[in-house]
Design a protein around this ligand. Structure first.
Ligand SMILES: Nc1ncnc2c1ncn2[C@@H]1O[C@H](COP(=O)(O)OP(=O)(O)O)[C@@H](O)[C@H]1O
Ligand SMILES: N[C@@H](CCOP(=O)(O)O)C(=O)O
Length: 314
């Protein structure tokens, strides 16, 4: 750690502390002293990615930060190198943002409007970004994993999963021109920090990939705008969708695709929570260390999305 930090012109190490909660990454809060001033940083060590996976994230976060999107971006060392290694794993030194988390049950229409605006700006800023990436837990992953997990599931759950995988494949076959670009891919409320009721930072961009922009909004709607029984809080969802639409107006095809994309987004995270909950081993993830999140939460959202399809505001 000391050797790595000495390669930057950012000061002397004062202290560091591991952060609880990471699934794919290990994070450390690091304090450095320069000119009698203490500054906080975050050092992220990547457990799930190899060095070859990293340039996309280094370039994307630098690109977004240059366009005033509040994402952690990697500092360059005195030789202009951002991508580092710690204990033979890829590592990045990034700014530590101020701001607080808001619990899911405390999210208001204002919080949802703020993330709607930020997400649209994220999508617009990355429109001209020059690298592409296939999601590591995207369509090819869920086609494969939804098959692999069948023997662990009830017949009913297995069929529900298979149905949603098929319906997304059918949507992809439509002759529609759904806008694609770089999505965040995991914009749950615990990946945002707030200043008052405004988003001040967007964290954990390591699910970012090239995909339908509207799929990203569906991930947000499912997590930020639902109640514990899976039903949608209309006030929060409308605030989210209207704020997003004000920055990036929806296209006619997006109106048609929206109900299915809310279902696909719920299916994607239902599946990724089911895998560790069923005790299935995954490459790059130490199941023993994983925080197991409740898969039923996403199943309830999926069932509600099927029972009461959502529509985009005009
Ligand atoms: N760049 C950052 N600035 C401020 N806080 C951060 C930053 N990166 C991570 N954190 C804090 O550390 C927590 C854990 O981060 P992370 O390991 O990415 O967790 P998880 O994978 O559970 O979302 C975040 O929820 C946030 O509170
Ligand atoms: N936000 C997700 C966890 C991250 O997703 P992953 O499947 O890519 O690890 C959740 O709450 O399930």
């Amino acid at each position: 750690m000391t050797n790595l930090l000495a390669q930057f012109d950012l000061g002397q190490l004062v202290s560091y502390k591991g952060i609880e909660g990471g699934i794919e990454n290990t994070n450390y809060f690091v304090t450095l002293e320069q000119n009698n001033q203490h500054t906080d940083y975050v050092l992220t060590v990547f457990e799930e990615f190899g060095m070859d996976d990293m340039p996309f994230f280094v370039e994307l976060t630098t690109w977004l930060a240059e366009r005033q999107i509040p994402v952690p971006f990697p500092y360059k060392d005195r030789n202009g190198i951002a991508l580092k290694k710690l204990h033979n794993r890829p590592a990045l030194l990034q700014p530590r943002f101020t701001g607080h988390h808001v619990a899911q049950t405390d999210l208001s229409a204002e919080h949802c409007a703020s993330i709607g605006t930020h997400l649209a700006k994220f999508h617009l800023a990355s429109e001209s970004f020059y690298l592409r990436r296939q999601a590591h837990r995207g369509v090819f992953w869920w086609r494969r994993e939804s098959q692999n997990i069948q023997r662990h599931l009830s017949k009913e759950d297995g069929e529900l999963l298979a149905q949603e995988v098929r319906l997304f494949d059918e949507l992809r076959e439509q002759p529609w021109g759904l806008p694609m670009g770089t999505i965040h891919g995991d914009m749950f409320h615990d990946n945002a920090l707030f200043d008052g009721n405004q988003v001040s930072a967007i964290l954990d961009v390591y699910n970012a990939a090239t995909a339908f922009l509207l799929f990203d909004l569906a991930i947000v709607a499912n997590d930020w705008c639902t109640l514990p029984d899976g039903t949608v809080d209309q006030a929060r969802e409308q605030a989210l969708l209207k704020a997003y639409h004000a920055e990036r107006p929806f296209t006619p095809d997006e109106y048609k695709a929206w109900p299915q994309l809310t279902r696909t987004a719920a299916m994607r995270f239902w599946l990724s929570r089911l895998i560790p909950a069923c005790g299935i081993e995954q490459a790059g993830r130490q199941s023993g260390d994983m925080v197991i999140k409740d898969p039923d939460e996403l199943k309830r959202i999926l069932l509600q999305r099927i029972a009461t399809p959502s529509s985009l505001p005009g």
